[in-house]
Write a protein that binds this ligand. Sequence first.
Ligand code: BES
Ligand code: ZN
Length: 632
Amino acid sequence: MYKYIIIILSLSLNLIACGTVNSDKKEAIVQEEFIEDPHSYSNISEIRTEHLDLELDVNFDNKTIYGVARHKMSASPNVQKAVFDIKALDIQKVTLSDGKGKEVPANFSIGPEDELMGQPLTVDLKKGYRQVNIYYQTTELTEAIDWLPASLTSSGKFPFMYTQGQAILTRSWIPLQDSPGNRITYSADVKVPEGLMAVMSASNPTAVSADGRYHYDMKQRIPAYLIAIAVGELVYTPLGNNCGTYSEPSLAKACAYEFADLPKMITAAEELYGEYLWDRYDLVVLPYSFPFGGMENPRLTFANPTVIAGDRSSVSVIAHELAHSWSGNLVTNATWNDFWLNEGFTVYFENRIMEKIYGPEVAEILRVIEYQELQPTLDYIEESDHPEDSRLKLQLEKRNPDDAMNEVAYIKGAFFLRTIEEKVGRAKFDTFLKQYFADYKFKSLSTEGFLAYLNEHLFKPNKLTFDTEEWIYRPGLPEACIIPHSKRLEQMSFLAEQLQAGEDIFDTELKGVKRTDRTVQEWQSFIRAFKEDVDPKILALVDDHLDFSHSGNRSIMSEWFTLAIQSGYSEVKPETKEHLIKIGRRWLIEGIYRACKDSDNPDDLKWAQSVFNEAKDHYHFVSRSTIEEILF
Ligand code: BES
Ligand code: ZN
């Protein structure tokens, strides 16, 4: 099960099944490889879903989805069984259909439960029956879904729900082959309470339906982790002819202001790496509990309201999720061990979009901020139980993929590509990347597959030698890495150092300077330059002048409150608690809880545990489980 086998899918699967077989596979420019996925029970090398038809009844009263998942499958000859992934699902029955309207009961068995992977659902197949139908319902233990009472929405009038599939949570709300190595099309018929709007990573409505029924189609092939739904009081605000936002009514205006550059971003991205192939690009702004800044569900990025900072200072998150429409959604990591192929490429691409729209200085500043974040992660990993996690190629067998989804894949990955760019020159690298996305569109790819392609199509023709080995298979950051610099940020770090050394910068360099006179990244550099043992009186002085504790920018507040805990600046505990109770975005709360855990003052951990107990119902499973692991 956990052994890696690479089988080139040159003998493409024959259909026992629906309609068309693509017999032209041999003519494809690149061949799709099949790589066994250590995080899925499914037997996709033998049989795989081509199209999934969902029927979903979303019941807010008992926080349950009642579903039927109809899998239209293709298989190699003589396959006897189809294995699906499930986790915390109640399976009521399984049937087989022959495509002519006949539906018969099927034998199935459910294997032992694994805390991480869930369970294999094995269905016995019958000759001539093309489709497997699984009737099921979600349970209290379903990890993908967040059910929110009306009180946690912005209007407070209607409840809300949404799903988060990446990395291996989709199996907890849909029984399917939950591996990024398989791609499917899907359609869905969904019933929700009247008055609510439901949106999916597919074709979407722009108005509330009278009877609470909606239909969706996703015609492009996508991996299972990108299937997603959100249901609530939503209105649609167009931003351009192919993009717009869904949000609660009270946020619509703020969205229109914050994301006004979205049409420009789409144009910039297309100019860089080729046509946008998903028809529309919309955003849905979810409640504060959403565990990420953004999630790249195709056609419909899911976003946390903290991205609406009021001054467009967090729009790089949107550039990032848009970039995933190529890196991640067109070309998908074959397994979670190849996660950097999704995120490293996306951080690189995000930065190129930001450069095109806001200029090279902004882009360089963003890279410095990233570099500042990579260093402590590399140090932490080196001392941890898994020092090998700072390689780009991961080894996550029997581990939760979430455990290694950190700055290494994102930032070391992006710096790897940046370093190649510097070596071959931007023009050649861009031509290469554009061709890469064209050749691998709608395919999954491993690190090894990418390296072979890189050699063949970039290094060989340009007679270049480049040590990819040290980036991919060795820990830490190679010396060859191009390190970014920004004078503006260095000045801010210097000011913090001066203040700590006893100089009154508020009477000199920062005299009369307001928080809004500098960018978020400048203040981040300022905050990051304080030592953990800084005198709390100095932090109080900073708050007197700049009021970071009430800045409203949650990235600044998160870093400021972390420093406050580390240094014993306890006056801002009430503001910190307000932050932790309101915000569920993991990246904005994890550092604060970790600082409490690591604090020399045992009261900090007790305080954090009691705050968490109050806050935990406001968090999605993803954040809740991470914080629980830190504190308990
Ligand atoms: N795909 C990720 C979020 C994710 C990663 C979910 C791993 C589950 C497992 C998304 O694109 C992302 O990276 N979001 C970041 C945005 C940031 C890097 C600009 C976030 O949420 O902060
Ligand atoms: Zn991402």
